[in-house]
Design a protein around this ligand. Structure first.
Ligand SMILES: *[C@@H]1O[C@H](CO)[C@@H](O)[C@H](O)[C@H]1NC(C)=O
Length: 285
């Protein structure tokens, strides 16, 4: 008995540490949230389909009749949102899949933080479009290609939004950081209006694929995109609250921006002529 309890006492801290690690991992990586509890459909009727054990998976469908979408029932002011998404495979030209945050759009001064996935003809890469709106103003686009095929498997897309920055991540790799430069006299940052989480799949063949030149091939419809394992962390002591790039994050971000960035509003002199947005002038983001 003495030996047994001694052994157990020695092992307990180890078991404890392992258990804490498992719990943390599962809440971060495998959110496995219930879509019916947290979200509600916005359009598309039965084209929004929740399925799987515990209602942890959701499919959006686009056909000639309509696209589809959903949004969170609640609004959030800051947080870290992870969503695993598998995009429309094959000839997805003209389709746009989205995952974004937005405040009430009826105000005319809404805030928004966007991930949009622009489909392409078979064998050609998706475009990942990101943008930030503050008080109804956007024009902060950056676009990327990906280092993997986003239609073969689920990948984790993250919007981390705290009072200092907005970070867009894919599979934990930061692809974009948009900072709050308010203290430096640049008041362009969403920080007072709470936002809902939105997702949708819709037809945008008037502009999405190569500037609208490639049309949606309706003979391939219906098109479907899949969502699962979302995780919404708004905890008051959450690491997201003070999260910033570390050395590894800076390296990964540089790697993405060097090899996969295809558009950056901060270098679009044609569009802005002499009037690049102030954060570009000052920090060359
Ligand atoms: C589609 O593929 C073409 C050719 O590779 C590429 O230039 C374009 O950026 C891709 N994305 C979209 C949305 O057209």
């Amino acid at each position: 008995m003495g030996i047994l309890s001694n052994n157990l006492a020695n092992k307990l801290p180890v078991i404890h540490v392992v258990m804490v690690a498992v719990v943390m991992l599962s809440s971060i990586v495998y959110g496995a949230g219930n879509f019916l509890e947290v979200f509600e459909p916005t359009f598309g009727g039965s084209r929004v389909r929740v399925f799987g054990p515990g209602n942890t998976q959701l499919a959006l469908t686009l056909d000639r009749g309509s696209g589809s979408g959903f949004r969170s029932k609640r609004e959030y002011l800051f947080g870290r949102i992870d969503m695993q998404i598998k995009l429309v495979p094959g000839n997805s030209a003209g389709t746009v899949t989205t995952f974004y945050l937005s405040s009430d759009q009826s105000t005319g001064r809404h805030d928004e933080i966007d991930f949009e996935f622009l489909g392409n003809v078979s064998g050609q890469p998706y475009t990942i479009h990101t943008n930030v709106f503050s008080q109804g103003q956007g024009n902060r686009e950056q676009q990327f290609h990906l280092w993997f095929d986003p239609t073969l498997n689920f990948h984790t897309y993250t919007i981390l939004w705290n009072p200092q920055l907005i970070m867009f991540k894919i599979d934990q790799t930061p692809i974009r950081v948009f900072r709050n430069y308010e203290n430096e006299g640049i008041p362009f940052f969403p920080k007072v209006q709470p936002q809902r989480i939105y997702a949708s799949l819709w037809n945008a063949d008037d502009w999405a694929t190569q500037g609208g030149r490639v049309k949606t091939d309706w003979s391939k419809a219906p098109f479907s995109a899949y969502y699962r394992n979302f995780n919404i962390d708004t905890s008051i002591n959450g690491a997201w609250r003070t999260h910033d790039l570390d050395a590894n994050g800076r390296m990964r971000l540089r790697w993405v921006q060097k090899n996969y960035m295809i558009y950056n509003y901060c270098t679009d002199w044609n569009r802005f002529s002499q009037n690049l947005p102030p954060e570009c002038k000052k920090y060359g983001v």
